[in-house]
Design a protein around this ligand. Structure first.
Ligand code: NAD
Length: 361
């Protein structure tokens, strides 16, 4: 397998965690005789400083000619006073829209060893394993008209979807459900919103193409409660942009630390993989960042851009094994560190690599 991967490490802890993800990918390549070629380009604050723009044209061109993009994080306190379209985050939005992915995958899972880190009771979160599929390019965040009319002291946004926009993301969610527990929960607000009624009707139409997947519909308000009361009952959760934004952040409490969570954005010209967390300026450069979110994003890259399922699973299993052995980065230690070994970013990366090597041997 030959794969061209563009790495845009970005700012803060971005380079620290992506270095570890790349090292794990190199381990997988050498174990399986694969050729992974890595190119690196700037994005975010580092690009503002060196190129005068958060998203240089060269980065976009390299992204579009790669097989997959692995992104770290962008942002830094020194850029906070800049206008929104000049800030590092504009680079992130820019690359997402240049690549055109419309299906944002965000797993929310609970490792047994980390159940104690969740504010939810261990018996509620243990074994939870949800894959959110959030529509990323439509709905309230992009719908027009949108305006804050200051004279009239009035503002409005538009939640809008076409049938095709719903159908294409629903198909991805159903295909993913087929490879998991064959259960899909679609979340809407069809008791109030016409756009949700279209959403529900379209999901039901697409469901006919996937008779092996069981579908249920939930209203978003009820779902926000079910996720905290009984997260283990859900497998693939499909929802629109705004609801997905809120529910995925809510569900990150199941895992217990932002540093653990990966994401993938599929469906566009090139898929994009990135940890969920930001640039964490408070801990950047101190070796304190948890690289697991970035490493698990590399696993998603192997699964969705290379079809290397066994290798993806080996990374996920390696992370579990390392946690079982009591290794933790600082963010994963709550209260007593008794019986645990606290590791730096690079030490954690090395432990995961070692475990991957053993699993693929
Ligand atoms: P953040 O995710 O960077 O940090 C939130 C908290 O989580 C901090 O206490 C941080 O130390 C901790 N944390 C984050 N990642 C961690 C990791 N890998 N290991 C251990 N602890 C970790 O969010 P924030 O503080 O709101 O934002 C900081 C900057 O990042 C801002 O400039 C923001 O705009 C940007 N941001 C970027 C992205 C992205 O690039 N995808 C996402 C969110 C925020």
């Amino acid at each position: 397998m030959k794969l061209k991967i563009l790495v845009t490490a970005g700012d803060g802890v971005g380079p620290e965690v992506t270095n570890e993800a790349v090292a794990v990918l190199k381990e997988v390549a050498s174990a399986g005789g694969h050729t992974f070629e890595f190119d690196a380009k700037r994005i975010g604050g580092v690009a503002i400083v060196q190129d005068g723009t958060p998203l240089p044209a060269e980065t976009v061109a390299a992204a579009l000619s790669s097989d997959a993009v692995l992104l770290g994080a962008v942002g830094g306190n020194e850029f906070n006073s800049m206008p929104a379209d000049k800030r590092p985050e504009a680079g992130l939005l820019g690359i997402r829209s240049a690549l055109g992915g419309f299906a944002n995958l965000r797993p929310a899972f609970a490792f047994k060893e980390l159940a104690i880190n969740s504010p939810l009771r261990p018996e509620i979160v243990e074994g939870a394993d949800i894959l959110f599929v959030r529509e990323l390019l439509g709905g309230l965040y992009f719908g027009k008209p949108r305006e804050w009319n200051k004279e009239k002291k009035e503002a409005w946004n538009t939640m809008r979807y076409t049938r095709e926009e719903v159908a294409r993301v629903a198909r991805i969610a159903f295909q993913l459900a087929q490879k998991r527990k064959k259960k899909l929960t679609s979340v809407d607000k069809a008791n109030v919103l016409e756009v949700s009624q279209l959403w529900r009707a379209t999901v039901n139409e697409v469901a006919a193409e996937f008779p092996d997947v069981t579908v249920e519909h939930q209203y978003v308000d009820a779902m926000s409660m079910h996720l905290m009361n009984r997260p283990r009952d859900f497998d693939v959760v499909l929802t629109e942009n705004l609801f997905g934004d809120i529910l995925t952040d809510e569900s990150s409490v199941i895992t217990g630390s932002m540093g653990m969570l990966p994401s993938a954005t599929l469906g566009g010209k090139v898929n994009l993989y990135e940890p969920v967390h930001g640039s964490a300026p408070d801990i950047a450069g101190k070796g304190l960042a948890n690289p697991v979110g970035a490493i698990m994003s590399a696993a998603l890259l192997l699964r969705h851009s290379a079809g290397l399922e066994k290798e993806a699973v080996s990374i996920e299993t390696a992370v579990r094994k390392v946690l079982e052995q009591g290794f933790r980065t600082t963010d994963l230690v709550r209260g007593k560190a008794q019986g645990l070994t606290v590791l730096s970013t690079t030490e954690m990366g090395a432990k995961v690599r070692e475990a991957v090597k053993l699993l693929l041997a």
